[in-house]
Design a protein around this ligand. Structure first.
Ligand code: NDP
Ligand code: 2IT
Length: 444
């Protein structure tokens, strides 16, 4: 059996209880197969695929905290330090009831390749907890974050592992975590990114993932003789990534007509009002029904449905496996031109194949949402030199990084005879750098 098939079969058997992790590994291994086949003997002897699919370590811990009624609550915390061949572990912390080891492993695995694609020296990691910040008071969130860091602090550090935000972890949570880390260790260091601007955060980090998504889409459109101006865009999610994707799309002259949360979705024929969306989501932490209530022309629908809206470009920005085969069929039937992932693995494997087979330009999250972690790495650089750069400086670097990623993945796909297959291109380009570093560093 080919080495790549052998390892995939092993992973499927060994981690049968982690479907999202298997899905992420399968997509990567299937698409990098030509690179593996061409180096079969070396990679087999070096056990490259076993090593890259097994985290360096996975830390699982108890997080006890006291709620506002004096009741002790217990959550489970995770940090998966996947691969540090090219730099310290780097990746977000997800706070959502759906979090389990398999979810964190899939995200950590994706992060290895994403971080490599940024061109910056960062390895792959991810963490989080099944804690749900929704509906909790600020004091409860602080109690949770302090307890979380009281255990996690032992395993992280500016040159070791640098966590950041993800679903459910925003500026408030990072602030509480940073305060607790500093209190325990006495260190004022760049151990977390996405920090507030008054204590080491970087300008443009808040906007970076959404803006970066649009920068890469813009570059792809340009290379295909198209422009963003005048395009209709549908976006899912209403969090950090979605909000700034909507904002940048509008700045580029496109019209974004949808957004969503876990309860329902908005169709706003006049274009989403970003200021109102921020007020509802970032300030009030309320539901999208409040957005609809303030916009007479907007429709609110319960459940899922953004992919049924006719558009030129679709940008899934909420969560994994939120765009299914039926959605892909509907998008294609409605004439969609491009799909780019703001979220991590939002498109199922069947949906991805269907879109690609029908000529839709498809950019996978590890390339298209890499602007967030890239800007986190820029935050680390600023922390190291104890300086802060202007918004324009960071934003210009972000644009350069996203344009580079597009050309790197396009080129890698071409080199392996898969022109226009950005999934293959992203996985190959991401893998090449990591594998070279792994082999150079010996068996570790
Ligand atoms: P936020 O918590 O800010 O927002 C998440 C949004 O997605 C919310 O609108 C939320 O709705 C919705 N959502 C979350 N889970 C579900 C679900 N199971 N079903 C339906 N809707 C859901 O997170 P981010 O915007 O930061 O993250 C969104 C995606 O982008 C994630 O996949 C994340 O991993 C990825 N990402 C984030 C980066 C970042 O810098 N923040 C960088 C790169 C990728 P509700 O509020 O109702 O839960
Ligand atoms: O999925 C991701 O890339 C993130 N959540 C951002 C990670 C980071 O370290 O900024």
């Amino acid at each position: 059996m080919r080495y790549v098939e052998e390892v995939l079969a092993k992973v499927k058997k060994q981690y049968a209880a982690e479907p999202e992790f298997i899905q992420a590994v399968e997509e990567v291994l299937e698409t990098i197969a030509p690179v593996i086949d061409a180096n079969e003997e070396l990679y087999r002897r070096e056990a490259i695929l076993e090593r890259i699919t097994t985290p360096d370590r996975a830390i699982i811990f108890r997080i006890p905290w006291v709620d506002d009624n004096g009741q002790v609550q217990v959550n489970t915390g995770y940090r998966v330090q996947f691969n540090n061949a090219i730099g310290p572990y780097k990746g977000g912390l997800r706070l959502h009831p759906s979090v389990n080891l398999g979810i964190i492993k899939f995200l950590g695995f994706e992060q290895i390749f994403k971080n490599s694609l940024t061109g910056l020296p960062i390895g792959g990691g991810k963490g989080g907890s099944d804690f749900d910040p929704k509906g909790k008071s600020d004091r409860e969130v602080m109690a949770f974050c302090q307890s979380f860091i009281t255990e996690l602090y032992k395993y992280i550090g500016a040159d070791v592992d640098v966590p950041a935000g993800d679903i459910g972890t925003g500026a408030r949570e990072i602030g509480y975590m940073y305060g607790q880390y500093k209190r325990i260790t006495g260190l004022y260091e760049g151990v977390l990114t996405g920090k507030g601007l008054t204590y080491g955060g970087s300008l443009a980090r808040t906007e970076a993932t959404g803006y970066g998504l649009l920068y890469i889409v813009q570059e792809m459109m340009k290379c295909h003789g198209q422009e963003m101006a005048g395009k209709t865009v549908v976006i899912s999610g209403a969090g950090n990534v979605a909000t700034y994707a909507i904002q940048k799309a509008q700045q580029l002259g496109a019209k974004v007509v949808t957004c969503s949360d876990s309860n329902g979705w908005i169709y706003d024929p006049d274009g989403i009002d970003v200021a109102l969306l921020k007020e509802v989501k970032e300030v009030k932490r309320a539901r999208l029904t409040e957005y609809a209530a303030a916009r007479p022309n907007a429709e609110y629908h319960e459940g899922r449905g953004v992919w049924s809206v006719k558009c030129d470009i679709a940008l899934p920005c909420a969560t994994q496996n939120e765009l299914h085969l039926e959605d892909a069929k509907q998008l294609v039937a409605n004439g969609v031109m491009a799909v780019a992932e703001g979220a991590n693995m939002p498109t199922t494997m069947e949906a991805t194949k269907y879109l690609q087979d029908n000529g839709v330009w498809f950019i996978p999250g590890k390339a298209s949402n890499a602007g967030g972690v890239a800007t986190s790495a820029l935050e680390m650089s600023q922390n190291s030199e104890r300086l802060s750069w202007s918004f324009e400086e960071v934003d210009a670097k972000l644009q350069g990084i996203m344009v580079n990623i597009y050309h790197n993945i396009e080129d890698a796909a071409k080199r392996y005879g898969k022109e226009g297959d950005y999934v293959t291109g992203a996985n190959i380009a991401g893998f090449e750098k990591v594998v070279t570093a792994m082999i150079a560093q010996g068996v570790c």
